[in-house]
Design a protein around this ligand. Structure first.
Ligand code: SAH
Length: 358
């Protein structure tokens, strides 16, 4: 039994079942036993591989997208370049490297990283030796006086969700409790009406499951308020879809799905991102949201194929095969191309970031 499962068991014995959101928060970010606080999560040797770790092309194209948006908004002479959950810092390092030639861009950058894990912060510092980022625990402390240009890749999927099952009398919440033998397991709360889910009563039959992510919409609210008044934009890249529909809570360890309740703190826990909820939060805060665009389409529009061809010229043998495979992995509909989506936020009087304009 992991240390964290003992802690959670005692907590549930003392005060009763906890929400899935509380369970997820503890498993991912418990200061001593959480997954992101203790594990080397990312990369070939870790539990999962993300787009920036697959190929430098991902960050290079996002760099071009950000630089073009910055120019489209009049190349402000000071702006915050922000990443949420930067992992090993690979994406932000590639963005900075690919924009060195953009006149005035680097001189205007103020770098801000939102990262909860001290361990991840030290990896990010090592990836950015020439920069002096300001780290934040939350988006609430980001600058309120300059435009903010924000990136988030596989950040929202790590935020805690709650799950509700449709019942003739309203909704039952999926809770984490204990079996008779003291093992962590899922259970159901009593049924109750939930006002925030009224809009889902028409499109869900009894027994259907929906997920909510209050943390995610709060993050979007804080960013969208700033973008609407200070300028800038945001790119959210993640797996998920338009609308929450069904159970997407999952645990991954060493690139394989595992039982999310078996070893709390040892596996990565995620859920699909409900982009409709994020877009709605942005609109409520006075910001525009782009069409939800497949990652493959987004990268093609930004020119991944010519970039891949130009990089391929210097390669032969195994490195060439790996490069071709990475291009396919990022863009092909059978790989990350259509499971991963991109949502852009931008001020209502501006156009969507490049690659997101239909
Ligand atoms: N964007 C990176 C890493 C994705 S993993 C990449 O694409 O490779 C998720 C990242 O978000 C990790 O750095 C993790 O420590 C961080 N994170 C998770 N939950 C967070 C939270 N609530 N607040 C801030 N950072 C968080």
């Amino acid at each position: 039994m992991t240390e964290l499962s003992k802690i959670l068991r005692r907590q549930i014995e003392a005060t009763g079942p906890i929400t899935l959101a509380d369970y997820m928060s503890a498993c991912l970010l418990h200061p001593k036993h959480g997954y992101y606080t203790t594990q080397d999560a990312l990369g070939v040797d870790g539990d999962f591989t993300t787009a920036p770790e697959i190929s430098q092309m991902f960050g290079e194209l996002i760099g071009l997208c950000v630089a073009q948006s910055w120019m489209d908004q009049g190349a402000p002479d000071r702006f915050a370049l922000v990443e949420l959950g930067p992992g090993r810092g690979t994406l932000i390092a590639d963005i900075l490297r690919s924009t060195v030639q953009v006149t005035g861009f680097h001189a205007a950058v103020d770098l801000h990283l939102v990262e909860a894990s001290a361990r991840m912060r030290s990896l990010q510092a090592a990836a950015l030796p020439a920069y002096h980022p300001t780290w934040h625990d939350t988006v609430e402390t980001l600058p309120e006086d300059i435009p903010i240009f924000v990136m988030a890749n596989e950040f929202f999927d790590a935020l805690p969700i709650r799950q509700f099952q449709r019942d003739p009398k309203g909704w039952r919440e999926i809770m984490v409790g204990l079996s008779e033998t003291g093992v962590l397991q899922r259970g159901l709360s009593d049924a109750a009406p939930i006002e925030a889910l009224n809009s889902r009563l028409d499109d869900t039959p009894p027994g259907a499951l929906v997920e909510t992510c209050a943390h995610g919409t709060a993050v979007v609210d804080a960013l969208a308020r700033r973008i609407a008044t200070q300028g800038g934009m945001a790119l959210f890249i993640d797996y998920g879809g338009w609308h929450s529909d069904g159970d997407t809570f999952q645990a991954v360890r060493a690139h394989r799905p595992v039982d999310p309740f078996a070893e709390p703190g040892q596996a990565d826990l995620t859920a699909h991102v409900d982009f409709e909820a994020l877009a709605r939060a942005a609109l409520i805060a006075g910001c525009a949201a782009s069409q939800l665009t497949n990652q493959g389409v987004f990268l093609e529009r930004l020119g991944i194929t010519p970039r891949a061809q130009s990089l391929a010229k210097g390669l032969t043998g195994e490195p060439l095969a790996a490069h071709v495979a990475a291009h396919r992995r990022l863009t092909h509909p059978d790989e990350m191309g259509s499971l991963f989506k991109v949502l852009g936020l931008y001020p209502v009087n501006e156009s969507p970031p490049p690659g997101l304009d239909p």
